[in-house]
Design a protein around this ligand. Structure first.
Ligand code: NDP
Ligand code: MG
Length: 389
């Protein structure tokens, strides 16, 4: 099976490469096609050599020479710039793992969809911003979008009768500030926001978990993937992150997928579907050791991002682009010390409201419209944070 990994140096990328390196008996044989990164040349070069990739692309064009030198004497072809990342996605593959963070991943995710490959999708922001258009492209090319996000992967695993679904239930750990007061949250530092209790992830998604915007984006992702309206998707706080999500059917049955919080399980499922493959080396679930599983409803006052995401999902694709763009800009400003934690969700909510007030909330008709709206929303956010866009 020929596999490319976009965002190979990130948290999902590294877990994916770990699975690809494990050619266990009874599992599929993998061949690495293309790997990409943004600026971490050394990590990319090391991964390309270790996985014997055919092509390595670095998004930052100023890093071309560095990558070329790091891979000199090897058979790995080298590319740099945003175009090279898209080229990596276009190289013939059976599966492309889309694991770039943010809307920056949309052009390459789209290219992977256009080549008709199986797309193991971690880059949820692509689907949030362009779900309708990506699905249309997938229908044309025959590409299959398989969710890597653990909640959606869980639902996909137990969704045997989509026509009988009453509700989808997305579980959420509640993040590092689950039990913090608003007053404590107003003083939260980037380091505190990045410390997720159960998962080890990239900086942006970790902050998204702290605001619970991650669950908001996942709500929109679920609407897109499973064609279920937002008012039939519940969010349930489950601090242990053992039940990865549930599907409630109209006969009263509720099916769930359980496992230890380790992304190698959903990644391997997306790679091996419709089969499964052995994943050695990850801790097995021992419910007796865990002892108890807790659940409660989320607090909308401390986590307003959840209602903003519901409002965006109900309003349309443009609203989702605005919510996502504002969130990306605000998270970056927060991580760089330019704004406080609570302003992340406030900014996203304000930009959403403006977009709806200006009548730009409907689904954009083209990818260009999506990029334009995203750029405009980010420019407004930069102005708000006193940054140049
Ligand atoms: P990381 O920040 O760890 O990794 C991001 C990857 O994307 C890196 O390879 C990075 O390269 C690359 N990248 C960043 N910006 C750009 C850009 N502008 N152009 C091209 N490449 C870029 O993120 P995660 O692995 O945590 O997350 C990736 C995606 O998966 C996100 O959409 C996230 O929401 C989703 N996801 C992640 C989960 C997790 O457990 N981590 C769980 C579920 C979903 P470099 O290293 O050079 O900066
Ligand atoms: Mg998730």
């Amino acid at each position: 099976m020929r596999v490319s990994v976009l965002g190979a140096t990130g948290s999902i990328g590294v877990s994916t490469l770990d699975i690809l390196s494990n050619q266990s008996p009874g599992g599929p044989r993998f061949q690495t096609v293309a790997l990409t990164a943004h600026s971490r040349v050394d990590e990319l070069a090391r991964a390309a050599l270790a996985s014997r990739a055919e092509f390595a692309a670095i998004a930052d064009p100023t890093r071309y020479q560095e990558l070329k030198s790091a891979l000199a004497g090897s058979d790995v072809e080298v590319g740099a710039g945003a175009g090279a990342v898209v080229e990596a996605a276009s190289r013939e593959a059976d599966c492309v793992v889309a694991a770039i963070v943010g809307i920056a991943g949309l052009p390459s995710t789209l290219e992977a969809v256009r080549q008709g490959a199986r797309v193991a999708l971690a880059n949820k922001e692509s689907l949030v911003c362009a779900g309708d258009l990506l699905k249309r492209e997938a229908r044309t090319s025959g590409a299959k979008l398989l969710p890597v996000d653990s909640e959606h992967n869980a639902i996909f695993q137990v969704l045997d009768r989509p026509d009988r679904v009453e509700k989808l239930i997305l579980t959420a750990s509640g993040g590092p500030f689950r039990d913090w007061s608003l007053e404590q949250m107003s003083r939260a530092s980037p380091e505190e926001a990045r410390k997720h209790p159960n998962w080890l992830m990239g900086a942006k998604i970790s902050v998204d978990c702290a605001t619970m915007m991650n669950k908001g984006l996942e709500l929109i992702e679920a609407v897109q993937l499973f064609d279920v309206p937002e008012d039939r998707i519940d969010i349930l706080i489950h601090p242990q992150s053992i039940i990865h999500s549930l599907v409630a059917y109209d006969d009263g049955s509720v099916l769930a997928q359980l496992g230890m919080p380790d992304m190698r399980t959903p990644i391997s499922f997306a790679l091996s579907w419709p089969d499964r493959m052995p994943v050695p080396g990850l801790e097995r679930l021992d419910l007796a050791k865990i002892g108890r599983l807790d659940f409660h409803a989320p607090d909308p006052a401390r986590f307003p991002a959840l209602s903003f995401a519901r409002a965006a999902a109900a309003a349309g694709g443009g609203a989702c682009v605005a919510l996502n763009g504002a969130n990306e800009a605000a998270v970056e400003a927060f991580l760089n010390g330019r704004t406080d934690f609570l302003s992340i969700s406030r900014t996203a909510g304000d930009m959403l409201e403006e977009t709806i007030r200006e009548g730009r909330h409907a689904s954009p008709g083209s990818f260009e419209e999506i990029y334009d709206l995203d750029r405009q929303v980010r420019a407004r956010c930069c102005e708000r944070f006193g940054l140049s866009s």
